[in-house]
Design a protein around this ligand. Structure first.
Ligand code: GDP
Ligand code: IMO
Ligand code: MG
Length: 425
């Protein structure tokens, strides 16, 4: 069998958690392959709302194996909090959650380094989630990292060496910190983490594939935050794209099956960095209010704008998307007209290719204007109920992106998900 990959095509928060939960019944295994607690994946069902950070979003559909893959960076302190929240609501995870020995550990000092680097950048700060993601991946690549498997062997010595190194770096920054309380919390997290099975996940996942089991790989962040292809340097520190599932799980490219690309019917971004279709007017505010566009992890206001098809087409290309999923279409239920960016004007020249330089203010979006559907879609159950203007919007996007939109989400609840069966021409 193959690994299907589900990933965000924009700047994150597309609704990955919700859709992974919806698709999980069709799979035996759900696994995260990159990122860490910078992610906040929201799921809603039976009147409950959950936000997952490091734990795969397949955890609520009983009986499935959930794996935190080697490409993930894990903070034991936050992991403990996440697990305890789930335990409180009656979910025991120890038998169905497994952690790769090769996943890297976010140390308490990584979080401090993240904060120190951000404050040193001043106005050019990235606006990270402050979870230590960049410094942890930096240590991984510079061959200084500590991995989950290290917790089982000579850990204290390795930990002390790493902390001493980080303290030395921190001493060059004008940055005050108190390590003791966060270190204590971190060590308590380690004890919790040790209750879980640490596995050689690349072997386990490949064996499961050989046995005919199906795997869904859950991306975090989004393609425009990818460290290679996103709006660098305003990106995260991992490969969020489909290829990241190969390195982040240890599965060969030929074992990748479907690639589900998720996007919102409009566009959002949190943190700094270019966002060509950002709206600073009442329309942007209306989208933010109707879409409740506030970060699941940081509570920060998300920047909002119209859909950017130039960036989206680029993301479809980089990932080899086979099926598209459109989220939050209900947020646009009450607009007279809806715009979609079909090209960029840069230095007087029009292009529909996502350029190297997307410096803020450098790019003027060229819009197509479509009629809004002005219909409450939140209770719809089938594509047969879709208003004409909504179908026209879907057709327009499919024509541009040349990939079928197979699922449409019309609200945050598990039930508010509509599969499209209509053939794509
Ligand atoms: P993720 O990081 O990609 O999993 O997305 P987040 O959970 O950070 O953000 C998506 C937000 O939109 C969450 O609050 C979801 O509950 C919500 N959501 C998901 N799908 C829909 C939808 O179709 N309509 C509306 N209104 N909200 C949605
Ligand atoms: P999910 O999985 C949206 C953004 C941060 C910042 C940049 C770098 O929920 O979609 P980092 O902490 O990774 O070094 O921050 O990336 N960012 C996200 N934005 N959704 C996310 O995850 C994000 N994870 C990181 O806001 O701009
Ligand atoms: Mg999120």
């Amino acid at each position: 069998m193959k690994v299907d990959v589900l990933l965000g095509l924009q700047w994150g928060d597309e609704g990955k958690g919700k859709v992974v939960d919806v698709l999980t019944p069709g799979y035996d295994v759900v696994t995260r392959f990159q990122g860490g607690p910078n992610a906040g994946h929201t799921l809603e069902f039976e009147g409950q709302k959950y936000v997952l950070r490091s734990i795969p979003s397949g955890i609520f559909q009983g009986g499935k194996i959930n794996v935190i893959g080697n490409g993930v960076v894990l903070d034991p302190a936050l992991f403990k909090k996440e697990v305890e929240e789930l335990e409180k609501s009656g979910h025991d995870l120890t038998k169905r959650l497994f952690v790769s020995k090769k996943a890297h550990l976010i140390l308490p000092t990584h979080r401090l380094l993240d904060a120190a680097y951000e404050s040193a950048k001043g106005s050019s700060k990235i606006g990270t989630t402050g979870k230590g993601i960049g410094p942890t991946y930096t240590d991984k690549v510079s061959r200084n990292g500590l991995r989950v498997g290290d917790l089982l062997c000579n850990f204290e010595e390795k930990y002390n060496r790493a902390i001493a190194r980080h303290k030395e770096i921190l001493s060059h920054y004008n940055f005050q910190y108190d390590l003791a309380p966060i270190e204590k919390e971190w060590m308590e997290g380690v004890e919790k983490l040790k209750q879980y099975n640490f596995i050689d996940s690349e072997h386990v996942l490949n064996d499961l594939l050989s046995e005919g089991k199906t795997i869904l790989a859950e991306g975090a962040q989004g393609t425009m935050l990818d460290v290679d292809f996103g709006s660098y340097p305003f990106v995260t520190s991992s490969n969020t794209i489909c290829a990241g599932a190969c390195t982040g799980l240890g599965v060969a490219p030929r074992k990748i099956g479907d690639v589900f690309g998720i996007f919102k019917a409009y566009c959002t971004r949190v943190g700094s960095g270019p966002f060509p279709t950002e709206l600073f007017d009442e329309t942007g505010k209306k989208i933010r209010d109707l879409g409740h566009e506030y970060g699941a992890v940081t509570g920060r206001e998300r920047r909002c704008g119209w859909i950017d098809l130039v960036a989206l087409k680029y993301a479809v290309m980089i990932n080899g998307v086979t099926k598209l999923i459109m989220m939050k279409s209900d947020v646009l239920d009450d607009f007279e007209t809806i715009k979609a960016c079909v090209a960029y004007k840069i230095n007087g020249e029009e292009t529909d290719e996502f350029p190297f330089d997307v410096t803020e203010g450098n790019v003027e979006p060229i819009y197509a204007e479509l009629n809004g559907w002005k219909t409450n879609m939140t209770k719809m159950k089938s594509e047969n109920e879709f208003p004409e203007e909504f179908n026209a919007y879907l057709d327009f996007l499919e024509d541009y992106l040349e990939v079928p939109i197979k699922i449409v989400s019309v609200g945050p609840d598990r039930e508010q998900t509509i599969v499209r069966y209509r053939d794509f021409e």
